[in-house]
Design a protein around this ligand. Structure first.
Ligand SMILES: [Zn+2]
Length: 465
């Protein structure tokens, strides 16, 4: 493809070698907005980041939408119906923060602006809030939007359970408006703000599920989410899609392709740099593949704004792959939401697809797959590049365009793959194809590498030949 405007081209090479700090309390505190995580013990923080494994819940009996619909119409939904409705989407989940609030010393607050002298969740309440997040993940509820009131326990609960959220004073719209097709909106609010807004009072720590309708929201049921993680849950949907940054020029879709056969979860991003076309074309191609084992989560066009501009940076001149500092919250709204996508899906591997004007070690970064140093991933990538050199890159293009696997050295700072590896302990790799070959060739090679890495890691695919 034509050279991009940035002389730095593709210096994404560096995924800093992963330290074994996997979500220390400090790392978590860095991304916490309104919370007291700085005061947490590491053991508790570990629990928070040791995200649930939604696939582990995929052992239940088949879905029965008809039955659940009937229960819903009579307003006598059983808990099972509530869970089915949540997993299917098109509902609003209303959550009241868990009980257990305490006065907090200013010194305990990570961000004194956020909670000021307000009461906040007790450590037990924080553990309960995390358990709520685990419960939603176990159901695989397609949570697309989280709204909290300005009340500190509500915001804390929203953050600990779901990550990024918006704050709203008026709950009328969030409670009544449909959440978007196949999506779930979560509204977190204290009891006094919910009084009179729900058909029946909600106990602390309990979740009510509302189905928006023309005559106002209808109550599907209410239940303590912490019970969802035990026992039977509805089988997760095999295919789903939701948007992040909805309603903004950065709106983009996240696709999930899941097999009923267990296997690893791999998350793949393209289009972090809008002028690197092969990256997003390859991930778009992957969205048509059918997954025969494991789960594939795809963000084909991570930065729609830079794709529209065909540039590396957004209108404000920001390079998205420099917005993920360590031990701090991602710097932009888009970066925060992308990071939350990673947290939410709890992948076993993250792949980020790019292209470069040159070739690695000769002034560019092309034809290299940079990785975070995880030994198993390094071995996989060595095998994959060997295979691709053998059967994809034609002999006439070698040795110039032979692929290699390279352990990242940690610069430049701010890359998503680095943060994911360092703070979530998730092995990550960044693929760079050279732009010295025609675009169609770049796409072919990128797609070949992607498919082979997925297969090598145990995500079986039918790529349609
Ligand atoms: Zn790039």
């Amino acid at each position: 493809m034509p050279a991009g405007p940035s002389p730095t081209g593709s210096d994404d090479r560096a995924i800093q070698r992963r330290r074994v700090l996997a979500a220390s309390a400090g790392a978590l505190a860095g991304i916490a907005g309104c919370s007291t995580l700085g005061a947490e013990t590491p053991a508790t923080a570990e629990t928070a980041s040791g995200s649930p494994t939604p696939d582990g819940a995929a052992t239940a009996t088949p879905d029965r939408p008809t039955e659940s619909r009937a229960g819903r119409d009579e307003g006598t939904a059983t808990p099972r119906d509530l869970r089915t409705a949540l997993a299917a989407g098109d509902v609003v989940a209303v959550l009241r923060p868990p009980a257990g609030q305490e006065e907090l010393a200013a010194s305990d607050l990570v961000d004194t602006d956020a909670c000021g002298g307000e009461r906040t969740l007790s450590s037990g309440g924080r553990a309960d809030a995390r358990a709520v997040g685990t419960a939603f993940a176990a159901l695989d509820a397609p949570v697309e939007q989280v709204v909290a009131t300005a009340n500190c326990p509500a915001r804390e609960t929203a953050w600990l359970a779901f990550g990024a959220h918006s704050v709203a004073d008026d709950l009328a719209e969030p409670l009544a408006q449909p959440p978007g097709e196949g999506a779930v909106r979560v509204v977190v609010a204290p009891g006094e703000r919910l009084a009179g807004q729900l058909p029946e009072p909600l106990a602390a720590g309990t979740c009510a599920v509302l189905s928006p309708g023309e005559d106002g929201p209808e109550l599907v049921g209410s239940e303590d989410p912490r019970s969802w993680a035990d026992g039977a849950t509805p089988p997760p949907l095999r295919r789903s899609r939701y948007d992040i940054r909805a309603g903004t020029p950065e709106a983009t879709s996240v696709f999930r392709r899941r097999s009923s056969t267990d296997g690893p979860r791999v998350l793949v991003l393209g289009g972090i740099h809008g002028d690197e076309v092969a990256g997003y074309r390859a991930v778009e191609a992957a969205s048509t593949w059918s997954v025969e084992a494991g789960t594939l989560v795809l963000v084909p066009r991570a930065s729609e704004q830079t794709i529209a501009r065909d540039r590396r940076t957004d209108r404000a001149g920001r390079d998205l792959n420099r917005q993920f500092p360590l031990d701090r919250e991602p710097r932009t709204a888009l970066a925060r939401e992308l990071y939350n996508v990673v947290v939410r899906h709890d992948p076993d591997l993250v792949l980020d697809m790019h292209s470069s004007q040159g070739v690695w070690n000769e002034g560019g970064f092309g034809q290299a797959v940079f990785h975070s140093g995880d030994p198993a991933l390094a071995a996989t990538l060595e095998r994959v590049v060997e295979e691709v050199n053998e059967s994809v890159v034609p002999p006439s293009r070698q040795p110039d365009y032979r692929y290699e696997a390279v352990e990242s050295d940690g610069s430049p700072p701010g890359m998503l793959a680095t943060k994911v590896a360092e703070e979530l302990g998730v092995p990550a790799a960044l693929h760079e194809v050279t732009e010295e070959v025609p675009l169609e060739t770049q796409v072919e090679w990128s797609t070949a590498v992607l498919a082979r890495v997925l297969e090598a890691r145990g995500v079986s695919l039918d790529t349609g030949g």
